[in-house]
Design a protein around this ligand. Structure first.
Ligand code: FAD
Length: 415
């Protein structure tokens, strides 16, 4: 039996590591909790998150519904989110004097509209709960100590720190994956998620700024099954972005990576109508406006510039009149409006949020406690796990949830 206070080390001073360290110190004030952060700037991602506003969580309080926003990790997170969900996140920050507001799409931000509020709150909580934060402290390796079932943590400086319990919260860093592999865990290969699509089509790019809501996207990559998303679509200077694209990039993260970001995208610009209804609309406008230019009389609800682009794709000129359109061209136009084919050629950065798909295999972790099923005393939280969500605050929620559960579990002595 140990007489010394329980020694807990958390590696990684990001959202998950802070939450884990604070939860642990609060749950067991007698324990000594040390938080090691390689850089000089803890919580760096929190600071830049959500375009500097930090999308802390999402106003979705039903775990069943919430987990549908995680392309990887939904099953594992279901139970965890019942133990610490978005409502707990909201309450946790409110206790620290930080209030969150909900935007129309469900994203939650601090009322101050700045991520600094979140960073300050977490730094303060670390200090008041007695966690020892060490910045500029890079961990190079971890060894299991056979004698007492603890860990030796080797720092870049040459120093070794001993602990009884260890929380790995190193995000998507390669150094973290290496440590975890050496301890016997398997890592699902990391690949990017949450990105925009490059479309090599100058005429489309000239429409940068035009948006359509909703549009329906169907992705076909590497000959694999099609993924589908419906939602707002934004045309950009390099191709396509907007929530529908970002969600598709998340669900298709692995298949798109395998196909080297070369894929076919089918766009239905009018998903609220069946193809036959689109045909009827087009025929009706043809009957009514026979003598008018097609470019100027569109009959379907789309931005004017987009309509002109779409008709040009089927060879209709700005002078062509409705009466002159052949059945073949009309069919092509209906096809273009409902199943326009675009080639994805590479990915672009979405600056507001991105995340890594892949990480520690979930079946090797007990999600009640976040403890390793292979190495007793080793815990995981945050992006190091093979969990990632679509954009909207889901990634931080996963970090808060897993960090909190790990922290509380580590605080409770096994002996
Ligand atoms: C630009 C951007 C914006 C984002 N915006 C949002 C948003 O608004 N909402 C949202 O939900 N998600 C957002 N995300 C995703 C979110 O930031 C991550 O999911 C989250 O930060 C993961 O937290 P984490 O603590 O697991 O990892 P991280 O935040 O990556 O923290 C890991 C920490 O571990 C440290 N570390 C790594 N290796 C070592 C080592 N060997 N020794 C010591 N320390 C080490 C790193 O320096 C780092 O500080 C955004 C991501 C980015 C990149």
């Amino acid at each position: 039996m140990k007489l010394l206070p329980l020694q807990i080390v958390v590696i990684g001073g990001g959202a998950a590591g802070f939450f884990g360290a604070i939860a642990c110190a609060k749950a067991n004030p007698a324990a000594q909790v040390t938080l090691l952060e390689a850089s000089r700037q803890p919580l760096a991602k929190v600071l830049i998150s959500g375009g500097g506003r930090c999308n802390v969580t999402h106003a979705c309080f039903e775990p069943e519904e919430l987990v549908q926003n995680y392309p990887r990790g939904a099953k594992a997170l279901r139970g965890a989110l019942t133990r610490f969900g978005p409502q707990d996140t909201v309450a946790w920050f409110a206790t620290g004097g930080v209030y969150l507001k909900t935007e129309a799409d469900g994203r939650m931000f601090p009322v101050t509209n700045t991520s600094e509020t979140i960073v300050e709150c977490l730094i303060k909580a670390v200090a008041t709960s007695g966690v020892k934060l060490r910045i500029g402290t890079h961990v190079t390796s971890v060894k299991r100590t056979a004698a007492d079932g603890g860990f030796d943590i080797l720092l870049k400086s040459g120093e070794t720190i001993k602990c009884d319990r260890l929380l790995m919260a190193t995000g998507s860093s390669l150094a973290g994956y290496k440590i975890v592999r050496e301890l016997g865990h398997q890592i699902e290969p990391p690949v990017p998620s949450l990105f925009t699509f490059n479309i090599v089509d100058q005429k489309l790019r000239e429409l940068a700024g035009v948006s359509v809501n909703p549009a329906q996207l169907r992705l076909s990559a590497g000959g694999k099954s099609q993924l589908q998303q419906t939602g707002p679509l934004l045309i950009t200077h390099w191709g396509l972005s907007g929530p529908a694209v970002l969600k598709l990039s998340a669900w298709g993260a692995r298949v798109l990576h395998e196909s080297r970001y070369q894929a076919t995208l089918l766009i239905n610009w009018l998903p609220n109508l069946h193809q036959e209804q689109v045909r009827e609309k087009v025929l009706a406008v043809k009957d009514e406006w026979g003598k008018k230019a097609i470019a100027l009389h569109r009959g379907v609800d789309l931005p004017h510039r987009l309509w002109q682009y779409i008709i040009a794709r089927v060879g209709i000129t700005t002078e062509d009149r409705w009466a002159e359109i052949s059945s073949k061209t009309l069919n092509q136009l209906v096809q273009e409006l409902t199943q326009g084919q675009y080639l994805i050629n590479g990915k672009g950065a979405f600056k507001e949020e991105f995340v890594t798909c892949g990480g520690v295999k979930l079946k090797e972790v007990n999600f009640k406690t976040m403890e390793s099923r292979l190495v007793p005393g080793l815990y995981f939280a945050g992006e190091i796990l093979d969990i990632d969500g679509v954009t909207g605050g889901f990634n931080f929620q996963s970090a808060w949830t897993t960090g909190y559960l790990a922290g509380v579990a580590m605080a409770t002595s096994h002996e």
